[in-house]
Design a protein around this ligand. Structure first.
Ligand code: AMP
Length: 286
């Protein structure tokens, strides 16, 4: 496994692999790697010949007062996990390597897809995400890039960016990996103390309760949202940013779940903000 720190080294290593006929698979991350990230790496391994992981806590996707400074950074362990998983190339740029003095070009995906939900609670977040992904795609030039459904809105934004800008990359969505008690794995789970960790299971319990209500015949989106909201409200350590059922592609609000929809949650457990989601609809099994 090679670890590189500069744009030019990453570009050259990936280009060399491609030129020998290898299919390049790319997994962008912010590090603090867990089994969720590694599931993307394993998937990339099964479908590609050369697997590139980037580890970069991207400052431009954090707003003022967010957790950029205290975001977990565990590079040594991350590199060890990548090595054991058979990653070929790890790209670990610094902020000044990605955003040198004079940097002034941004990728903005417009419309509801970036303005709603995470976009309304984290203004500028998706501009940072789209810009860093566009840059990483240009540097690594993979044939495939792997994204977790855990960050569902991010996945939809990246799919749209790639479509709108004709980027020659297949975006591969990957299932959310969960702890045994249902909590979606996240680097931010390390912020939770013992009591908060227990309370955090309310997100997956709320998703499951709404899915069960759908399976039992409830198709009304507001009623399904209320099922999830009711459970979360009963948890004293939790406070809701949003609970929303949306069209699974456009993220537009819907009244009735008569085709595939997504139930998205953002919930603060103490000071830790967690997100989770599940697909709901005919022919969807979670
Ligand atoms: P992050 O390091 O949080 O930016 O995540 C890097 C990638 O890993 C993104 O595509 C995430 O959606 C994905 N990811 C994070 N947590 C999980 C999880 N629990 N299951 C599957 N994918 C995940």
């Amino acid at each position: 496994m090679r670890t590189v720190y500069s744009v030019s080294e990453a570009r050259t290593a990936s280009k060399n692999a491609r030129e020998t006929g290898m299919k390049v698979g790319f997994v962008p991350t912010m590090g603090a790697l867990h089994s969720g990230h590694m599931s993307l790496v394993h998937r990339a391994h099964t479908e590609c010949d050369y697997v590139v992981v980037s580890i970069f806590v991207n400052p431009t996707q954090f707003g003022p007062g967010e957790d950029f400074d205290r975001y977990p950074r565990t590079l040594d362990q991350d590199l060890e996990k990548c090595r054991s998983a058979g990653v070929d190339l790890v790209f670990v740029p610094s902020a000044s390597e990605m955003y040198p003095p004079g940097f002034d070009s941004w990728v903005e995906v417009k419309g509801l897809i970036t303005e709603t939900l995470e976009g309304s609670f984290r203004p500028g977040h998706f501009r940072g995400v789209a810009t860093v992904c566009a840059k990483l795609f240009n540097i690594v030039a993979p044939q495939r890039a792997y994204f977790g459904m855990k960050d569902y809105q991010q996945l939809k934004v990246i799919q749209k960016m790639v479509r709108d800008l004709d980027m020659p990359i297949d975006i591969i969505p990957c299932e959310t990996v969960r702890e045994a008690d249902g909590l979606a794995m996240s680097s931010r789970n390390s912020y939770l103390d013992f009591e908060e960790r227990r309370a955090a299971t309310v997100l997956s319990r709320a998703l499951n309760a709404a899915s069960d209500a759908f399976e039992a015949g409830q198709k009304d989106a507001t009623a399904l949202e209320e099922v999830a909201r009711g459970l979360i409200k009963a948890e004293p350590l939790a406070s809701i940013d949003y609970v929303a059922i949306r069209d699974a592609e456009s993220l537009e609000p819907i009244q009735v779940v008569d085709k595939t929809a997504v139930l998205l949650l953002a919930v603060r457990i103490g000071t830790t903000r967690l997100i989770d989601n599940c697909l709901i609809g005919p022919n969807v099994n979670i």
